[in-house]
Design a protein around this ligand. Structure first.
Ligand code: DGJ
Length: 731
């Protein structure tokens, strides 16, 4: 049993293989958060709460003359509002009488085998054979009868606990929900660093570590999408935590829209963290008897630093997120038309490309943007999902047939959520996009956002995309999304419902993904959003892989992929080899460096093979073969960051180790030329100390201990941005 309830002292204990979590119902019925961290027993640890009067703090009426009992001093599991806890509230509702008060008190609980699911939002799931349990605790406000069901999903072996909340309006009248945090946690003491992953288009998920200090630190997005700017993943860790040591807590929101992660250090140096839907412009009407689901937070704890934390997330996202069969299959090596051709192509050019790309070892040809409607540039055609017969006589089916005849699979790009004003769809339904009455909408990339809060728009999109996919000629879909949301107003809903639109958009998006992706189990879907602008856990329940960034410059990719790897498995990252000088950065690096960097992901090409020499084609074909040989290890193995691209280090290196530790692949890109002036060793990790490994590239055999404590000597004199690989096999 990973979840227990001790009736006598009203303590809930959650155990995973290497962590413990504890809550207790206080003598007045408040649910206290006692502990999350290194393994302890199920004993009641409420003695950790000091018995002191905090002057000026409020005491709830039931405490009577007891000045010690204060909601602001006690660690809370789901904090109240307007009742004397001045820290970040978990919930803010406006009750029928106009008051904002909410105080949840314990009512009941349930413990059962298996993992809960939500009805409208994506969550992790547990396989039948897995050791997963659920705890549901109901807290209710005694006066208003607004209640919350706190959900805990426990994956014992994976050291992961998920949390979600379902609010129920048990009052006789409607309420307005202004804020609902999916998870919040109180730490009684500690000095923590907060790690977030920030960036922008072409520069996603850059690691940002800062010491928490008094006050509120916030990460979040208010762009209608999880976004390029901050990822819905945060780490709270010891000041000295590193890859192998120190305590680290991960918080990851399974949601693709506006989000917030707050960390508040109060005047007594207690820390509260809270994560959920961003409360800005969020105002949800919940009628009497109705419920509202708040998305899931995936929490993991590691007492052995970031590698262990990442392994928890990698394993759970590889095994318990996406139910597509492709999750457990080798991914095709694709060649994509976007970087070489943009909008300038016809069937002949595409077929020639597909033909030559066989020489590169590609398995699949992907036709990106520009194949539909009047789409000759960014200004027209979005929304019209019908092939442009001028470019593609006979349409998609005819092209797909010819590609298949070459022995290649065929993939196709869509951006279903958007519309150009210059499109048949917009001309027929100008009211189908988000726009504020009397105001002209803001364009971004010349496009507007369709109003996915409308059921009729969702049904239209499902039908339009499915009409092509149902022909059976498409093996892969790249699902793109190329702007942020604004002008958030839906003509479908009454004025008082407009605070619901951001969230309803996301619910509409999941409805569409269910209607398209889940009804096409034999198509591999890749997510994308102007590169990696919607790389989040919820998307990974639909897409086994997501295009990581539009920046295909290998050195730039080192930091992008490094940051992404803290939460997301390497096999979820779309990564391609492109031409040099790189179109974005103008930088030139060798083919090998581009290939090794793209092997930190799904590996593919984004170039015109007709412009490559026979030598270049042969060189790349060898990299494709190399990837093919190792793609199972890359997909399934444990991943280690061997050095940070931000450190003043000579190289950036990473390593894959098979679960049985019998084989390993080490990849290195030199970032400075000082490899010629200074001895450099790549210290490996995750091997068996006592075992011996043969390194194919050197022909030498070393013990795991030597490889991990001394490392592999980088001895060749190579210029900056050279790449090395080392294949290890246990002997
Ligand atoms: C943005 C994507 O990230 C690119 O790969 C490409 O598909 C373009 N959109 C097409 O418009």
């Amino acid at each position: 049993m990973s979840i227990t309830y001790n009736q006598e002292n009203q303590v809930f204990s959650i155990q995973t293989a290497n962590s413990s979590y504890q809550m207790k119902v206080s003598r007045h019925g408040h649910l206290l958060h006692l502990y999350y961290g290194k393994k302890i027993s199920d004993e009641d640890v409420s003695w950790l709460i000091p018995n002191v009067v905090r002057s000026h703090e409020s005491n709830p009426p039931e405490a009577q003359r007891d000045r010690v009992y204060s909601l602001c001093a006690l660690p809370q599991e789901f904090s109240s509002n307007d009742a004397g806890d001045y820290r970040i509230p978990s919930l803010e509702v406006v009750n029928a009488d106009g008051s904002y008060a909410f105080v949840g008190k314990y009512r009941s609980h349930k413990i059962y085998q298996g993992k809960y699911r939500l009805s409208l939002l994506p969550t992790l799931y547990a396989k039948e054979e897995e050791n997963a349990e659920t705890l549901e605790i109901i807290l209710e406000d005694e006066i208003t009868h607004v209640s919350v069901k706190l959900l805990y999903g426990v994956f014992y072996d994976r050291d992961v606990i998920t949390r979600a909340v379902v609010l129920r309006n048990g009052a006789d009248s409607p309420i307005y929900l202004k804020r609902i945090m999916s998870a919040s946690l109180d730490f009684m003491e500690g000095n923590y660093d907060l790690i977030g992953f920030f960036g922008h288009h072409y520069f996603e998920r850059q690691m940002d570590r800062r010491p928490l200090s008094h006050g509120i630190s916030e990460l979040g997005s208010f762009r209608g999408v999880s976004g390029h700017f901050h990822n819905p993943f945060a780490i709270l860790c010891d000041r000295n935590a590193g890859e192998d040591s120190g305590s680290a807590y991960g918080f990851l929101l399974m949601y693709s829209g506006n989000f917030v992660f707050d960390a508040e250090v109060d005047g007594y140096s207690q820390t509260r963290v809270a994560m959920g839907i961003h409360p800005k412009q969020f105002d949800f009407f919940v009628d009497s008897g109705e419920c509202f689901e708040a998305p899931e937070v995936v929490m993991a704890f590691s007492e052995q630093g970031f590698s262990k934390l990442s392994h928890c997330y990698h394993d759970i996202f590889r095994e318990n997120a996406c139910e597509s069969r492709f999750v457990n299959e080798d991914r095709p090596i694709v060649i994509n038309s976007w970087e070489p051709f943009r909008f300038d192509f016809d069937s002949e050019k595409l077929l020639k490309t597909a033909e030559i790309s066989k020489k590169l070892g590609a398995d699949m040809f992907v036709l990106d943007d520009g194949w539909f409607g009047a789409r000759d540039d960014e200004t027209a055609g979005l929304g019209d999902w019908v092939a442009n017969e001028k470019k593609l006589p006979g349409g998609i089916e005819a092209l797909a047939q010819k590609i298949h005849a070459l022995g290649m699979q065929f993939g196709l790009w869509f951006e279903p959520e958007m519309v150009n004003e210059d499109s048949d769809l917009y001309r027929a339904h100008p009211d189908w996009c988000l726009r504020v009455p009397k105001r002209a909408p803001s364009r971004s990339r010349h496009q507007l956002c369709l109003d996915l809060s409308r059921p009729d728009v969702c049904e239209h999109l499902i039908e339009a995309v499915n009409s092509i996919l149902d022909t059976g000629c498409v093996d892969y879909v790249k699902w793109d999304y190329n702007r942020y949301v604004c002008d958030v107003y839906s003509q479908y809903y009454a004025p008082e419902k407009q605070g619901e639109i951001y969230h309803r958009y996301i619910l509409g998006l999941y409805r569409i993904l269910d209607g398209i992706i889940k009804t096409h189990p034999d198509i591999l879907f890749e997510g994308c959003s102007g590169g990696g602008g919607r790389f989040d856990g919820a998307m990974l329940t639909y897409f086994p892989q997501i295009w990581c960034s539009d920046n295909t410059d290998a050195p730039s990719r080192l930091t992008i992929q490094y940051g992404t790897s803290f939460a997301y498995p390497v096999i979820s990252m779309g990564a391609h080899v492109s031409v040099c000088p790189n179109k974005k950065t103008g930088r030139s690096v060798p083919w090998k460096t581009r290939a090794v960097t793209a092997m930190h992901g799904t590996f593919g090409y984004e170039l015109d093979p007709a412009k490559m020499s026979e030598e270049e084609l042969a060189e790349c074909a060898a990299y494709s073969d190399f990837y093919r040989r190792h793609r199972k290890l890359i997909r399934q193995g444990d991943y280690y960051r061997l050095s940070s691209p931000y450190d003043d280090s000579i190289f950036t290196a990473w390593q894959f180790v098979s679960k049985d530790k019998a084989e390993s692949l080490v990849c290195v890109v030199t970032e400075s030329i000082s490899i010629m002036d200074k001895n450099s060793y790549v210290r490996l990790r995750g091997l068996e100390k006592e075992a011996f490994y043969e390194v194919a590239q050197t022909g030498k055999v070393h013990s795991g201990a030597a490889l991990m404590n001394i490392g592999i000597l980088l001895s060749d004199s190579q210029p900056q941005y050279s790449a090395f690989v080392y294949e290890l096999k246990k002997v």
